[in-house]
Design a protein around this ligand. Structure first.
Ligand SMILES: [Fe+2]
Ligand SMILES: [Fe+2]
Length: 455
């Protein structure tokens, strides 16, 4: 089944916005109305060629069309999102067979002031439009689990649940089933291939109360994003993601008092903590339908590139690249997460720390690629713009900071913006909003970066 590209989704949203504007001024037959509607109908019918319906709407302020999330929308998409919110429309389903006339009626109703969702859909029904419906139509055909929630965010929470479930099973003395993990891995891998920037944003969600689950999911995300960036094949991406999700699963077999101890561990406690790698690997080895290389990577995630890590007995063993990828992802998430015993370091600082251990703890080629993937101002960086605003980078473009999208959270006068204003630093048509002047320390500004990524 063909996936809807981000570009097509964006074009469709922009055409709908354009149509809504023009129907206010011109009759249906006027080219200013006719043209965008015809193009829109064409794009939608292409999208509907091999699926019965498409879903779009706004979740937590973010416009989505099927799997495409517009975390950093251009002004036209943002306008559509605002209009939908204003009309109280969270989600829409468009069915195959939608015509130019149907879209015209819909655009005209969306353009009406003080016309909210109830009235709009009542009017559509009166006009005999049955192809545009309010809300998310439950998916009937098997094999497709989409239900309108934004795919990426839902995948994130599914992953948290899958890891939590596996860990609970282990606590009860059972070897966890792998179905739930494998299902989540499928979605994550397809996101990593299609839209790794959105996935990277999700890895900035930090939940200090559920550190182990949250850390596991973030490592899974960072690892699969890096593997995808390296151009690894589908099977390797699956194994990498699975290994990330399960890398610390052995911690369930470590005393809680050691695991949750704030402050430094004693020598003995540290020895105990170190066992989580081999304990985790044993568990993963016994799980069904998981490739042995996953268990191997779990065993080696603290072995270090120069083999000075643990378990000591495995130092001479050969590990494949997967263990090295896990180590990079693990390191980055640990450094950027606030823990009881150390303060979080912003993304750029985390990359600096990683560079210092590159070639010793971490494999240098991977650190380089990881840095390249994160871009000059990595997702999660707080930056000062030349407009004097303070913003959070939500979408990077590798090596080209000008294409970054940011959420402005403090305006030029120093006022907090709530909700933040999402802008692209340079629009696709070349219009410049602002440039990044410098990184800002979130601790100095007392900003919890993580909350801006929970969508
Ligand atoms: Fe670990
Ligand atoms: Fe870890």
């Amino acid at each position: 089944m063909n996936e809807i590209t981000h570009q097509d989704a964006q074009r469709a949203a922009m055409l709908l916005t354009a149509s809504i504007k023009s129907v206010t001024f011109y009759p249906q037959a006027h080219p200013a109305v006719r043209q965008p509607l015809e193009e829109l109908a064409g794009i939608i019918s292409d999208m509907l060629r091999d699926k019965p319906k498409i879903r779009l709407g706004v979740v937590e302020g973010v416009f989505f069309l099927e799997d495409n999330l517009f975390v950093a929308p251009n002004s036209s998409v943002a306008e559509l999102a605002e209009r939908l919110i204003d009309k109280d429309i969270n989600a829409l389903t468009v069915l195959a067979g939608v015509s130019v006339d149907d879209l015209f009626h819909f655009a005209a109703l969306l353009a009406r002031k003080n016309f909210s969702s109830d009235l709009i859909f009542e009017e559509l029904a009166k006009k005999g439009v049955t192809t545009i419906r309010l809300g998310i139509e439950e998916q009937q055909d098997e094999g497709e689990a989409e239900q309108g929630d934004t795919a990426a965010t839902r995948t994130y929470f599914d992953a948290l649940n899958a890891v939590r479930g596996a860990m609970k099973d282990i606590e009860k003395g059972r070897i966890p089933a792998s179905d739930q993990i494998n299902e989540v891995v499928d979605s994550m891998v397809s996101l990593a291939v299609r839209d790794h920037a959105t996935l990277l944003g999700l890895a900035m969600i930090k939940d200090y109360d559920n550190y182990t689950f949250n850390h596991s999911v973030n490592v899974g995300i960072l690892a699969v994003a890096l593997a995808a960036y390296l151009g690894m094949d589908q099977e390797a991406l699956r194994d990498t993601n699975t290994a990330g999700l399960l890398h610390d699963i052995g911690k369930t077999r470590i005393e809680k008092s050691i695991l949750n101890k704030p402050g430094k561990l004693s020598g003995e406690e540290y020895e105990e903590m170190k066992k989580h790698a081999e304990k985790g690997s044993e568990i993963v080895n016994r799980m069904e339908n998981i490739h042995p290389r996953v268990a191997d990577a779990v065993l080696g995630h603290h072995i270090r590139y120069n083999r000075t890590g643990y378990p000591e007995w495995a130092r001479q063993r050969a590990f494949d690249q997967l263990a090295d990828i896990l180590a990079v992802a693990d390191c980055y998430d640990a450094i950027t997460t606030l823990r009881a015993y150390n303060s979080p370091i912003p993304p750029k600082g985390a990359l600096d720390v990683m560079r210092r251990v590159s070639g010793t703890s971490l494999r240098s080629e991977l650190v380089e690629k990881f840095e390249e993937m994160m871009g000059e101002y990595p997702v999660g960086s707080l930056v000062r713009l030349d407009t004097n605003e303070i913003a959070l980078v939500v979408r990077p473009h590798p090596l080209e900071s000008c294409e970054a999208a940011v959420k402005i959270i403090i305006d030029a006068q120093g006022n907090n913006l709530d909700p933040p204003k999402v802008v692209r630093l340079v629009e696709q048509d070349g219009t410049r909003y602002a440039g990044i002047v410098a990184l800002v320390d979130p601790l100095m500004k007392n900003i919890d970066v993580s909350r801006y990524f929970l969508m």
